[in-house]
Design a protein around this ligand. Structure first.
Ligand code: NAI
Length: 342
């Protein structure tokens, strides 16, 4: 089996080579992201292996299909960059549903603590032998209310971490967990009562710009917003306006609406074209990491292992437990009838 591996980073290669070799899978590593212009690199391959900022839209799917590519192996959980509906009948798509919810939830808490205790400022000061404390006053997390939107694998780990800090938890989920001992409230109430809001739901048509100007107006003054999920959950212009008006106290962003053009690459020494991102980064109360929440040794190992297992299972059986199919969804499984989606 041969898979074209797009958007390769040095940290991807060792684990994918190791697990791939064990199962007889050859990965052809390309630094380029998958787009209409690079899709031809996959010619002669059985499948493509893609990440969060690769483009798998209708046009790319048709090109891959015309080359005889049969599968899209996502090496991540989220799949908002794949047109699952257009894939149906052409390309099988599988993902890694869980690789380390701890990696992402712990990063969310790391961002929160860094932001509210001004660690990012203190780090720079002490390196310059500046030991002044002016402007570094933070606040206790103990007793504060955190609103968690999306209480799946990552959201629930984040809730557990917050409980350890003695915080009050309010949650919102379209499909609330039944036995999680979690207090679910309406979005309106979550916005109105939370000191901190953390996003852990997927990006869908419904959640696109979940945090917009109207939502921000409903939030407490000084609210801290954390996004480790997907950038387009937040309207970045509205966020910037909320920060400039001092309504938002701080923002911790591991993802950004237009990240595909910039994240994962080194632009130091270049002029940043994206004015909104540049302005956000210039704010003292905004912390940006470049989609790094997943980046732990444990997560990388699990991602490679599960992706290779998915590819192998699909090759041996013609279907894969971790297949994504617009028809299966969570409600009606075509696999339950005949194991194959198509
Ligand atoms: P999950 O599928 O276990 O949980 C998602 C939760 O969101 C579910 O409980 C679901 O019911 C809920 N949900 C669905 N639609 C909703 C809506 N309209 N409103 C509110 N809640 C809704 O997913 P998991 O593993 O917890 O991951 C969450 C998200 O984290 C992923 O979708 C992905 O975008 C992001 N992620 C980010 C990473 C990073 O490195 N920054 C790494 C891994 C995931």
């Amino acid at each position: 089996m041969k898979y074209a591996f797009f958007d390769t980073k040095p940290y991807d290669i060792p684990s994918f080579e190791k697990f791939g070799r064990d199962k007889g899978i050859e990965f052809k590593f390309f630094e380029a992201k998958l787009t209409r212009d690079t899709a031809s690199l996959a010619e002669g391959c059985d499948g493509v292996c893609v990440f969060v900022n690769d483009t798998v839209n209708a046009e790319v799917i048709d090109i891959l299909y015309s080359f005889g590519v049969k599968a899209v192996a996502l090496r991540c959980a989220g799949y908002n960059n794949v047109d699952i509906r257009h894939c149906f009948g052409k390309l099988h798509v599988f993902h890694v549903p869980a690789y380390s919810p701890y990696a992402v939830a712990e990063h969310a808490m790391a961002l929160l603590l860094t932001s509210i205790r001004r660690i990012h400022k203190a780090f720079i000061r002490t390196r310059d032998y500046n030991f002044s404390l002016s402007g570094l006053t933070g606040f206790d997390l103990h007793g504060k209310t955190v609103g968690v939107i999306g209480t799946g694998r990552i959201g629930r780990v984040f809730i557990d971490i917050c409980r350890g800090f003695g915080m009050k938890i309010l949650a919102y989920d379209k499909f609330p967990a039944e036995n999680g001992n979690i207090e679910y409230v309406t979005l309106e109430r979550l916005f109105a009562e939370s000191d901190i809001i953390s996003l852990h739901c997927p990006l869908t048509e419904e959640t696109h710009h979940l945090i917009d100007e109207g939502a921000i107006k409903k939030m407490k003054k000084g609210v801290v917003i954390i996004n480790t999920s997907r950038g387009a959950l937040i309207d970045a212009e509205a966020l910037l306006a909320g920060i400039k008006s001092r309504h938002i106290g701080a923002a911790c962003l591991d993802v950004y609406e237009e990240e595909a053009d910039v994240f994962f690459e080194d632009f130091s020494g270049h002029i940043m074209d994206d004015d909104t991102l540049a302005r956000l980064i210039s704010m003292p109360n905004v912390i940006v990491t470049s989609h790094q929440a997943f980046l732990t040794e444990e997560a990388l190992r699990n991602i490679a292992e599960t992706t290779v297992e998915n590819i192998n299972e699909f090759s041996e059986k013609g279907y894969c437990e971790n297949e994504l199919c617009y028809r299966c969804g969570k409600t009606e499984s075509c696999r339950s009838k005949r194991k194959k989606c198509f």
